[in-house]
Design a binder for this molecule. Structure first.
Ligand SMILES: *[C@@H]1O[C@H](CO)[C@@H](O)[C@H](O)[C@H]1NC(C)=O
Ligand SMILES: *[C@@H]1O[C@H](CO)[C@@H](O)[C@H](O)[C@H]1NC(C)=O
Ligand SMILES: *[C@@H]1O[C@H](CO)[C@@H](O)[C@H](O)[C@H]1NC(C)=O
Ligand SMILES: *[C@@H]1O[C@H](CO)[C@@H](O)[C@H](O)[C@H]1NC(C)=O
Ligand SMILES: *[C@@H]1O[C@H](CO)[C@@H](O)[C@H](O)[C@H]1NC(C)=O
Ligand SMILES: *[C@@H]1O[C@H](CO)[C@@H](O)[C@H](O)[C@H]1NC(C)=O
Length: 439
C-alpha cells in the first residue's frame, strides 16, 4: 500500500455552515470573506474527496486517507501528529504540492527523521513553517532553497547538532528562527547560519547543550535583538562575547533556566546601547573575587536602570541568597595565596588505545580561583562536567575534568582540547588520541 498521509486542519473562525457542493461526510464552513474550510473525518473517509471545492483555504482530512493534490487556494495546512506520517518518519516528495497560495504549514510531532530534498519545491509562497518535535538530525543543504518568503521557521525539539553556515543566505524576510531543544554543543556549529538573513531579530537556541560563549561566538550576527540561550549548560562567557560591533540592536539576552555560570566578567553588558535585560536568574553564582568587577558595575548604576541584571549568590554559604548589588566589595574574596590564570597538566592520559577500549584523558588544572573547564572533541563538540554524549563524558576528579571515552572506535581518533578559564585568564592544552584497529 502506498504511504498514507492524513491532513488535519488549521482551525479558522467558522461562522456559516456551507451547504451546496460540500463533499459527503465533510463539514464545510466559510469564515470571513476569504476563508473556506473543509473538514472530513470519520471512518467513512478513506481518501481526499474528489469534489473538495476549489476555493477551500483550509483542509482537514481525518484518519485513513491518502493525500492527493491540495486545493488550489489552500493557505493553511496543519499536519501535526499524524499517525501515518509518524510511522513513515518522512513525507512523500509531492505531499505539499497543488496549492499556489500556501502560507503556513505545520508538521510538528510527526517523528520525521528525513525529508526528501525537493519536498518544499512546491511551496515557494510559504511564510511560516513549523517542524518542531521531530527527529531531524540534519538539514540537508538546499532543503529550504526557494522559500525566500519564509518569515518564521521552527525547527525546535529535533536532534540537530550542526547547521551549514549558508543555510539561510538570501532569506531576507526571515525574522524568527527557532533552534531550541536541539543537540548543539558549540555555537560555531549553528550561529554562522544566523548571519545570512539581515532581519533575523529572534534567533533562538534555548535548551541546547552549549557550554561556552567567547569572543568569536557571534561574529557576523548583527541583526539580533533578542537572544535566547536559556536552559543551556553555559559555564563560561568571556568578556567580549556580546560585543557592540556584533549587536548594535540587542535588547534582551536570556541566559536563565539552568545555565551553570559561576561568574561573569564585569564588562559583559558594556557598550550595548539598547540592552534592556540580561536574564541570568538561577545561575549558581559564586560570590567571590571573580564577581568583584561585575559587582562594582552593578553597584555603580542607578537602581532599576537598564539593563536589568540581577545576580543572586548561590555560594559561599554566608552570601547565599543575597543580591550581588547589596554585598560590599570587600566581602568578595577568594582564598588564594596568589591569584593566577589556570594551567593544565594532561600527563598520564590514555592517549594510545585499541578499538573497544576506554580512554581517560586528564585535564588537571591548577590556578586560583578555581577554573571552569570544558573539552572540545575532534568534531568540535564541547563537553563539560556532568554532561556528555552516550560514550563520552567529563568527570570531575579533584577539581579536574577527565574526559572519559568508552568503547573507543577509530572514529574517535584526533585532537581533544581541554580549556580552563578563570577571571585571570584562559588556557588550553591538546591531547592527541590514537586508536588502533584490533589486529
Ligand atoms: C466556496 O464555495 C462554496 C461552494 O462550493 C460556497 O458556498 C462558498 O461561499 C465559497 N466560499 C468562498 C469564501 O468563496
Ligand atoms: C458510514 O457508512 C455507513 C454505511 O456504509 C453508514 O451506516 C454510517 O452511518 C456511516 N458513518 C458516518 C459517520 O457517516
Ligand atoms: C499524538 O496522537 C496520539 C494519538 O494518535 C496521542 O496519543 C498523543 O498524545 C499525541 N501527541 C501529541 C504531542 O499531541
Ligand atoms: C518513527 O520513524 C521510524 C522511521 O524513521 C520508524 O521506524 C518508527 O517506527 C517510527 N516510530 C513511530 C512511533 O511511529
Ligand atoms: C547528540 O550528538 C551526539 C554527537 O554527535 C550524539 O552522539 C548523540 O547521540 C546526539 N544526541 C541526540 C539526542 O541526538
Ligand atoms: C538596528 O536598528 C535600526 C533601526 O531599527 C536599523 O536601521 C538598523 O539597520 C539595525 N541594525 C542592524 C545591524 O540590524
Amino acid at each position: 500500500m502506498a504511504e498514507r498521509y492524513i491532513l488535519v486542519l488549521g482551525v479558522l473562525l467558522a461562522v456559516l455552515s456551507g451547504t451546496t457542493g460540500c463533499p459527503k461526510y465533510c463539514d464545510c464552513r466559510s469564515g470571513g470573506q476569504h476563508e473556506y474550510s473543509v473538514t472530513c473525518q470519520g471512518p467513512n473517509i478513506t481518501a481526499v474527496p474528489r469534489d473538495v471545492p476549489k476555493n477551500t483555504t483550509v483542509l482537514v482530512i481525518g484518519e485513513h486517507s491518502f493525500l492527493t493534490l491540495l486545493p488550489f487556494r489552500l493557505s493553511t495546512l496543519n499536519l501535526n501528529n499524524i499517525t501515518s506520517i509518524r510511522r513513515a518518519g518522512t513525507l512523500d516528495p509531492k505531499a505539499l504540492c497543488g496549492s499556489d497560495a500556501l502560507d503556513k504549514i505545520s508538521l510538528s510531532h510527526n517523528n520525521i527523521s528525513t525529508l526528501p530534498i525537493d519536498v518544499f519545491a512546491c511551496t515557494s509562497t510559504l511564510s511560516f513553517l513549523y517542524l518542531s518535535h521531530n527527529e531531524l538530525t540534519e538539514v540537508p543543504p538546499g532543503l529550504f532553497t526557494g522559500m525566500k518568503q519564509l518569515y518564521s521557521l521552527d525547527l525546535s525539539y529535533n536532534r540537530l547538532s550542526r547547521l551549514q553556515p549558508k543555510s539561510f543566505d538570501g532569506f531576507e524576510k526571515m525574522t524568527f528562527l527557532d533552534m531550541g531543544g536541539n543537540n548543539f554543543t558549540n555555537v560555531a556549529h549553528v550561529v554562522p547560519a544566523f548571519s545570512g538573513p539581515s532581519s533575523l531579530y529572534f534567533p533562538a537556541l534555548y535548551q541546547n547543550n552549549i557550554v561556552y560563549l567567547g569572543p568569536d561566538s557571534f561574529s557576523g550576527v548583527t541583526s539580533a535583538t533578542f537572544l535566547n540561550f536559556a536552559g543551556n549548560r553555559i559555564r563560561i562567557i568571556e568578556e567580549v562575547a556580546f560585543s557592540p560591533s556584533s549587536f548594535s540592536n540587542l535588547t534582551e539576552v536570556m541566559l536563565d533556566q539552568g545555565n551553570l555560570l559561576h561568574f561573569l566578567p564585569g564588562k559583559i553588558a558594556e557598550g550595548l546601547p539598547k540592552l534592556l535585560s540580561l536574564a541570568i536568574d538561577g545561575c549558581p553564582f559564586k560570590c567571590d573575587c571573580q564577581l568583584k568587577d561585575l559587582a562594582a558595575w552593578v553597584q555603580s548604576r542607578q537602581p532599576h536602570s537598564y539593563p536589568y541584571v540581577d545576580v543572586v549568590c548561590a555560594s559561599p554559604p554566608k552570601l547565599s541568597g543575597k543580591y550581588l548589588s547589596d554585598i560590599p566589595l570587600s566581602e568578595l574574596t577568594c582564598d588564594c595565596e596568589h591569584e593566577q590564570a589556570p594551567s593544565i597538566d594532561t600527563s598520564g592520559s590514555d592517549d594510545h588505545i585499541q578499538e573497544g577500549q576506554s580512554a581517560m584523558l586528564n585535564c588537571r588544572v591548577t590556578g586560583c580561583p578555581l577554573a571552569e573547564i570544558f573539552w572540545t572533541t575532534p568534531g568540535g563538540d564541547m563537553l563539560a562536567v556532568g554532561w556528555g554524549f552516550p560514550r563520552m563524558e567529563v568527570i570531575d576528579i579533584e577539581n579536574s575534568g577527565t574526559l572519559s571515552i568508552q568503547h573507543a572506535t577509530v572514529g574517535d581518533i584526533g585532537d581533544y582540547v581541554c580549556t580552563a578559564v578563570n577571571y585571570r585568564g584562559k588556557t588550553s592544552k591538546t591531547v592527541h588520541l590514537q586508536v588502533d584497529r584490533k589486529p
